[in-house]
Ligand binder design. Structure first.
Ligand SMILES: [Ca+2]
Ligand SMILES: [Ca+2]
Length: 161
């Protein structure tokens, strides 16, 4: 990615290179300027009552991905970023029931499922949601839910490298 940018900067001439070095911000041009940084990645919470698939598509349109939560530290960071709102995260077991994969194809290793979750309720719950309303889901516990649900959803978080 860095090489790609260098090539683009070279092609665009010195003015862009000058802007680049003066800002001291190494974020790629497509990352929103108000995205938060954490461990070398960028994150932004978007408020919207989208389905999981719509949220995933929105992130991809911005050259990002629906957020992955690969450790407790990132989980805590994202809970602070979302301020207790209910948001979609980028894991699904749609391909093989019970096998949860992040958008990069890696298996879930860290998780913080709420009691009795994931339950694949009615055999139709394949998407990861954080902060679902209800006592069982307090403190950002995880739940699987139907990708179509949007009533309880406050938004989604996109991630950029
Ligand atoms: Ca499922
Ligand atoms: Ca569930």
């Amino acid at each position: 990615m860095k090489n790609t940018f260098a090539a683009i900067a070279l092609a665009c001439g010195l003015s862009l290179a000058a802007t680049w070095s003066s800002t001291q911000d190494k974020r790629p041009v497509y990352v929103p300027s108000d995205a938060a940084t954490h461990n070398g990645k960028y994150y932004k919470f978007f408020k919207a009552k989208y389905s999981w698939r719509e949220a995933e598509k929105k992130c991809e349109e911005m050259k990002g991905v629906l957020v992955s939560i690969k450790n407790k530290e990132t989980h805590q960071f994202l809970l602070a970023l979302s301020k207790g709102k209910c948001f979609w995260a980028g894991a699904s077991d749609a391909r093989t029931e019970g096998v949860w994969l992040w958008r990069d194809g890696s298996k879930i290793t860290y998780s913080d499922w709420a009691k009795d979750e994931p339950d694949d309720w009615k055999g139709k719950e394949d998407c990861l949601v954080i902060g679902w309303p209800g006592k069982r889901y307090e403190n950002g516990k995880w739940a699987d839910t139907n990708y179509k649900y949007r009533k309880q959803i406050d938004g989604y978080i996109c991630e950029w490298k």
